[in-house]
Design a protein around this ligand. Structure first.
Ligand SMILES: [Zn+2]
Length: 141
């Protein structure tokens, strides 16, 4: 989806609307623990947003926010790994900034990749990470 005009960093580009489901599918965006927003018709234009490893936007709550300046005609993208913990439909990235990584959710990123996402990782993803880590450690204790 291309920007129709230019946007300053920090601009709210879209409100994400739709129906909530407990399970993800290939079109959903995770907005909370067990909360996956499904597109509910043509008004859900966010369904046409693509992933990028160097995105110009991020999903914060139910808002899509510009995280750097966006020029008219630029493709608006966000990093799915910031919102999805464990994706239903992994895919090979074709963003052009990576060597075709498999995008399948934050759960599968190594520490360096997690660090690189910085402040744009959603709170529900951090929660799932924090709960997963002690359990994994306990197994080896
Ligand atoms: Zn990529």
């Amino acid at each position: 989806m291309d920007a129709e005009k230019s946007f300053q960093r920090g601009t709210v580009l879209l409100q994400l609307n739709g129906k909530l489901a407990a399970r993800p599918n290939r079109y959903s965006v995770q907005v909370g623990r067990g909360k996956h927003l499904m597109p509910d018709g043509e008004s859900c234009v966010w369904q046409f947003l693509n992933h990028s490893c160097q995105p110009n936007a991020a999903v914060m709550g139910r808002r899509l926010v510009a995280i750097r300046e966006i020029a008219a005609g630029d493709e608006v993208t966000f990093n799915y790994n910031c919102n999805e913990y464990d994706m239903d439909s992994p895919f090979r990235c074709r963003c052009g900034h990576c060597d075709g990584v498999l995008v399948r959710g934050f759960r599968y990123l190594n520490a360096a990749d997690r660090e690189r996402l910085g402040p744009y990782v959603a709170a529900h993803v951090r929660q799932e990470q924090n709960e997963a880590t002690p359990a994994a450690l306990a197994v080896h204790a």
